[in-house]
Design a protein around this ligand. Structure first.
Ligand code: SAH
Length: 344
């Protein structure tokens, strides 16, 4: 019999399981308490009766992710590479901002989206992460670093909306007052534009922020660097973003990695301004992180500044994102890539 993934269960599901095992519901709260503290063995749940511990061991699976690598940047960014129960590896980054510590979590092992500039997708998709595995990225990076996490961004490895059910489960578990208790408004989901899922996400009624990885305002460029654009197109994606904003009242953020001679022309800045202004939005310009496997380079700082000024002159809300953790490969699947290459 396959053991069940207890950490991915909602509190009410856990209660039902315990009732079925013939134990009172309050045991569920005790178990949740230990799980939220990072206890990953039933023996260590000291207030549970012996027969319950033995039933839990028989029917349920618990695993503590192991640190394969930990790197601390000069700017305080901490990056972890975790080993999962089947030997796969994912990475998690803690970034320290003035307003609090933000953890950037992976949602899949690898990714099937094939974006030209991204290291996460190079080996394709290996598998989805379970809700428990995403949750443990937060629990154990918080425990190990001693840094209290106040914000979560789903901007690590993977496309969260390709792993929708597990990601939704993760959101609810991270938000649970008895667990991590992180407000939905402090959680951001980043997507390359899987618009088929936007309405479903809005319908949940969770006020999470949606971040759209745009990277080009015209279909020719975007389809070249992001294959997922080919069947959808920039305009349909921007319309879906507007609908998401209208439904949730949340401002959307457009991510734009500046790639030399690819998406950094004046015309593209004007076109981006024209399209972004239709939505209650914010544009984040990010100098491309050079990935050694790809022949793409960041735009020059002067070009980024000019691009920014065009957007500002058109009334667009724009920031240039500060680079954090560059010295520890803290971007987009680079640590996992290096780990895989070193193994082969
Ligand atoms: N699949 C989701 C979330 C993961 S990627 C998405 O596409 O949004 C997190 C962000 O990093 C995305 O905006 C992605 O486009 C960006 N990114 C990937 N590789 C990058 C690189 N080399 N330099 C800068 N940003 C990059």
């Amino acid at each position: 019999m396959m053991k069940k993934d207890i950490l991915s269960m909602y509190p009410e599901e856990l209660r039902d399981e315990l009732t079925e095992l013939g134990h009172p519901g309050f045991r569920a709260d005790q178990i949740t308490h230990w799980l939220s503290k990072g206890i990953r063995s039933f023996e260590q749940m000291r207030n549970l009766p012996r027969e319950l511990i033995s039933a839990l061991n028989d029917g349920y699976h618990l695993y503590e992710p192991k640190i394969l690598e930990k790197k601390i940047s000069t700017d305080g960014t901490v990056k972890y590479l975790w080993e999962l129960c089947d030997g796969n590896a994912v990475e998690t980054v803690i970034m320290r901002y003035r307003y609090g510590n933000t953890v950037c979590v992976s949602s899949q092992v690898g990714c099937r989206q094939g974006c030209a500039f991204c290291a996460s997708t190079i080996g394709g998709l290996v598998r989805d992460l379970k809700a428990s595995e995403i949750l443990d990225e937060v629990v154990f990076s918080q425990l190990d670093s001693g840094l209290k996490i106040s914000n979560i961004v789903m901007m690590g490895i993977g496309e969260p909306l390709d792993n929708f059910d597990n990601v939704v489960r993760f959101l609810r578990l991270a938000n649970d007052p008895k667990g991590l208790n992180i407000g939905m408004r402090h959680i951001t989901i980043s997507t390359c534009g899987i618009i088929e899922r936007f309405d479903e996400l809005a319908a949940l009624g969770y006020p999470v922020t949606l971040s759209l990885s745009l990277h080009a305002p015209d279909d020719e460029t975007r389809s070249k660097i992001m294959p997922s654009n080919r069947s959808r197109g920039v305009d349909r994606i921007m319309d879906a973003c507007s609908r998401y904003c209208d439904a949730t009242g949340r401002r959307i953020s457009f991510e734009y990695a500046m790639i030399k001679n690819v998406n950094d022309s004046d015309e593209q800045a004007f076109l981006l301004a024209e399209k972004a202004r239709k939505t209650h939005s914010h544009v984040n310009l990010i100098p491309l992180n050079y990935v050694s496997e790809r022949d793409l380079h960041p735009s020059d700082p002067a070009v980024i500044n000019r691009f920014r000024e065009i957007l500002v002159s058109k009334g667009i809300n724009v920031t240039v994102r500060r680079k954090l953790g560059n010295d520890v490969d803290a971007s987009c699947g680079q640590l996992r890539r290096r780990h895989i290459s070193a193994e082969h």
